[in-house]
Design a protein around this ligand. Structure first.
Ligand code: NAD
Ligand code: WQD
Length: 339
């Protein structure tokens, strides 16, 4: 069965492509390589012994997207990862984010409508909850005004898909709200490839440990948490990838009760920045240089998922430990620096 994965050479997309191929799906990838590289395809091939069909297409090009669908009439589902994701950049270049993340989504949905295609999975984010009033965060927690244009594109994206589902009862979609994806495939052949200075904690840690960065700045130790540093729900990217396969199956088997559903994808437990540093040092036997710095604007104190809905309805649970995730991130960093 043929599945289109947009952004399939990116971080989460590439791991999901591997998980899909492992489950016997035929994968077609669209990516414009704006935040990824063609070598990722080699990594996928090395892991799976299969090379998915790849199309270098920019999803903002409406006509090219239409042509693609003209030539691929047998697509049975779409997992839509392609988007720009740097929170800080989105504050500086909001229109770029609205154009890339929103117009691409509109064009895809229009093509799906035109061709009576269904089964759409959208990459959303825990960012839609902002600082939730209660922890753990359930899917019923109110969404908050977005802290950044990036966050707003996820909110708008979800709303747009929900509205479309209301108008097209035969169209089925699932939004997956990821908490903090980390780690890499156990082979260390694919992983996260940040361009420039990493904004996210774990790639900054691995790049510091390998000597590319002088030290990690811990953004604030005066939060209202046990050790004063922020708490997040760090989930292994392969667990996240497998959740996409499960969500896709739910759509394909018409198990959904409503034609639009939302699920949190996290582990259900939170770790502080200091706990991440200590666990990283323990599993890798590396000493991590760090200093306590001021708070980063826009950071929330704590977020972790209530995963009951995904556990019970999706039949999915994260399996891999934080130790495994951090050690896989380290192995990937070592591998990247060999080349
Ligand atoms: P990524 O940047 O590694 O992957 C996105 C891929 O999409 C890249 O390969 C990029 O080249 C491609 N792309 C971007 N714009 C495109 C366009 N117009 N046409 C075609 N391809 C395009 O990001 P990721 O971390 O894998 O994230 C995947 C999705 O998950 C994104 O939608 C992101 O917003 C969402 N998400 C990510 C995180 C996270 O922490 N990584 C958390 C929550 C949600
Ligand atoms: C985690 C913790 C930082 C870097 C971001 C996006 C969010 C979602 C996931 C896409 C925080 C601290 C970080 C550093 C640090 N992405 N930190 N030093 O902020 O939870 O979420 O990624 O949807 O939208 O905002 O993740 O990895 O940036 O930070 O102390 O150099 O690590 O303050 O507490 P975050 P992160």
């Amino acid at each position: 069965m043929k599945i289109l994965v947009t952004g399939g050479l990116g971080y989460i997309g590439s791991h999901t492509v591997v998980a899909l191929i492992n489950q016997g799906y035929e994968v077609v990838i669209i990516d414009n390589l704006s935040n990824s590289s063609i070598e990722v395809l080699e990594g996928i091939t090395a892991i799976t012994n299969k090379t998915p069909e790849f199309h270098k297409i920019d999803l903002r090009e409406k006509n090219t997207v239409a042509q693609f669908f003209d030539q691929h009439k047998d697509i049975k589902g779409i997992i839509h990862f392609a988007a720009s994701k740097a929170v800080g950049e989105s504050v500086e270049k909001p229109l770029l984010y609205y154009e890339n993340n929103i117009s691409s989504l509109v064009y895809l949905l229009q093509e799906m409508k035109k061709r009576n295609l269904s089964n759409f999975i959208f990459s959303s984010s825990c960012t839609v909850y902002g600082q939730a009033d209660e922890l753990p965060i359930t899917e019923n927690a109110p969404v908050k005004k977005a802290e950044s244009p990036y966050g707003n594109t996820k909110l708008i994206g979800e709303n747009m898909i929900e509205d479309f589902c209301q108008s097209q009862k035969e169209f089925k979609a699932i939004s997956l709200r990821y908490f903090n994806p980390i780690g890499a495939h156990s082979s260390a052949k694919i992983g996260e490839l940040p361009i420039g200075t990493p904004q996210n904690l774990v790639p900054f840690i691995t790049q510091t440990a390998i000597g590319k960065r002088k030290e990690l700045s811990v953004f604030g130790d005066d939060y209202n948490t046990p050790d004063g540093t922020c708490i997040r729900d760090y989930i292994h990217v392969m667990d996240l990838a497998e959740a996409h396969v499960r969500a896709l199956e739910r759509l394909l088997k018409a198990e959904t009760k409503n034609n639009y559903e939302v699920f949190n994808l996290g582990t259900g437990s939170g770790s502080s920045v200091m706990e991440i540093i200590k666990t990283f040092e323990k599993v890798t036997a590396q000493k991590l240089p760090y200093k306590i710095a001021g708070r980063r604007a826009g950071d929330i104190t704590a977020a972790f998922a209530d995963t009951q809905k995904a556990n019970e309805i999706l039949g999915w649970k994260s399996k891999r430990s934080l130790e495994e995730a951090l050690s896989s991130a380290w192995n990937w960093e070592i591998n990247v620096n060999k080349n």
